[in-house]
Design a protein around this ligand. Structure first.
Ligand SMILES: *Cc1c(COP(=O)(O)O)cnc(C)c1O
Length: 488
């Protein structure tokens, strides 16, 4: 059924007054094409509300939300940086936003050019040969990249390689993606300083290893200084190196994953290249590969012919498709605008600023909060809760108390290496004033924990809803509007 016919059908069957079309105008053939038994006999029960009610509902809801536009959001591992508003405007330009994915490529040359140029820009930032922009998120990029890894081994007839090494400090999506890609996970331990234990890695390397997944700097914000040795060991054992690019922010324009020996990587455009992504979307997880792996990238590709025209291509050795059409174009537009705005020179300043901000907070707070790993961190770092453990005040309590003071909580209880992990990432776009305010409040909460622990344990007290019962919320989620109304 054509899209338009379907729309008419849905409107005419919704039972909503005002939408009823004369019977002979209801695309008759559309109705006839649906078996009688499958046709709706009673109107769908849709909520009937007026436009002002809807507008007020969502406007009021939005003002209750915490976002990077309303306050400091030091969520580690997420890179909640300022997202220039002009990027949003560019993504909304009708010439981009109104395109249809089935349009002939002759009519979308401009959009394909942006797509192509972004592929090229990412390849040059990463020090890799070619990028696909098809995947929708970091985790989706991981799956795509691991399928490239798997396809590479399979096409060479090396079908025994079904294991992927993942550090114990890894983001949860790493082992999850490996499982979804049909690979088994082997864990490699971290040393007390948080970096991969090369001595623990060596015996894991054999002819069943497809590769290793790493992020550098790792999830503790520490740079893996032994990366060249690790790359050498893994390559000699016949494996490939996958780079989880979620932590690319501090390296932008200075260190390239390709130069560190990585063969495949993803980039989270919504983290490193500016797209608001609180609440789960939208995202984009482009995947890049080194020379020799390009042919396995997912279909379709965007290429440029000798006359400078852009076209959509399907490769025969590709691992297949991982997305509908070409991916999340709106996010790509923002990333492209961000890269062009900063340019080659300024993009080099992102990392040092993010690193300076993170180290400033870390050093300012380490008298009150337990710093398990000393040394210069990159863009983020981890505290193991409050230093004074005698009060019984947990990381969760501190996180909730921060809400009372108008700050979003850091990432808590990740990475799993410590019991009371509290992972802080200020990003490069926060001012010294904001960092100082945050530091003041963190000191204040530490003082409260010592003097009046119950106050902190009962937080939050100023928010619209108090502490939630997270177990019940996870076990009995309320997902329909009717149940929500019944609960009101
Ligand atoms: C965010 C993140 C991911 C997953 O990326 P999504 O875009 O959220 O799917 C993977 N690894 C690390 C280290 C991350 O921080």
């Amino acid at each position: 059924m054509k899209y338009y016919d379907k729309l008419i059908f849905e409107l005419s069957h919704s039972g909503r007054k005002g939408y009823e079309l004369p019977a002979n105008k209801i695309a008759g053939h559309a109705l006839e094409s649906i078996p009688e038994s499958l046709r709706r006999s009673v109107p769908a029960e849709l909520p009937e509300v007026s436009e002002p009610d809807v507008v007020r509902h969502y406007t009021n809801l939005s003002s209750k939300n915490f976002g990077v536009d309303t306050g400091f959001y030091p969520l580690g591992s997420c890179t909640m940086k300022y997202n220039p508003k002009i990027n949003e405007e560019i993504a909304q330009l009708p010439a981009f936003a109104s395109l249809h994915p089935l349009q002939d490529s002759d009519t979308v040359q401009g959009a394909l050019e942006v797509y192509y140029n972004l592929q090229q820009a990412l390849a040059s930032i990463a020090g890799l040969s070619e990028f696909t922009l098809n995947p929708y998120a970091g985790a989706h990029g991981e799956l795509t990249g691991l399928l490239v890894m798997r396809t590479y081994h399979e096409k060479r007839g090396d079908t025994k390689r079904r294991k992927v090494i993942v550090p114990d400090s890894a983001h949860g999506t790493n082992p999850a993606s490996a499982m979804v890609a049909g690979l088994d996970v082997v864990e490699v331990k971290s040393k007390p300083n948080g970096s991969i234990d090369v001595e623990d890695l060596k015996p894991l390397l054999n002819d069943e290893i497809a590769g290793i997944m790493m992020t550098n700097p790792n999830t503790l914000g520490m740079f893996e200084t032994e990366i060249m040795e690790i790359a050498d060991l893994v390559h000699k054992a016949g494996g490939l190196l996958y780079y989880d690019g979620a932590n690319l922010n501090p390296l932008l324009g200075r260190v390239r994953p390709g130069d560190m020996g990585f063969d495949i990587m993803h980039i989270n455009l919504h983290k490193t290249f500016s797209t608001p992504h609180g609440g789960g979307g939208p995202g984009s997880g482009p995947v890049g590969v080194r020379k020799g792996l390009e042919e396995y990238l997912p279909n379709p590709h965007v290429r440029k012919d000798a006359d400078g025209r852009f076209y959509v291509d399907f490769g025969k050795d590709s691992l297949g498709s991982v997305s509908t059409f070409l991916g999340n174009f709106g996010v790509m537009l923002k990333a492209y605008a961000y890269i062009l705005t900063l340019g080659k020179e300024n993009i080099r300043n992102v990392g040092p600023m993010a690193t300076l901000n993170a180290n400033y907070i870390k050093e300012s707070l380490k008298d009150d909060y337990l710093l398990p790993i000393e040394g210069v961190c990159k863009h983020e770092f981890v505290f193991d809760g409050l230093k004074d453990k005698s009060t019984g005040v947990t990381t969760l309590n501190v996180a909730k108390r921060l809400l009372d003071y108008g700050f979003h909580a850091p990432t808590i209880y990740f990475p799993l290496l410590f019991h009371e992990s509290m992972m802080i990432e200020p990003t490069e776009t926060e001012s010294l004033e904001t960092l100082d305010e945050f530091i003041d409040v963190m000191h204040k909460v530490a003082r409260e924990a010592a003097e009046n622990p119950d106050l902190v344990k009962e937080a939050p007290v100023t928010t619209l809803v108090r502490k939630l019962d997270e177990t019940t919320a996870a076990k009995h989620p309320v997902l329909t509007y009717k149940a929500m109304l019944a609960n009101d």
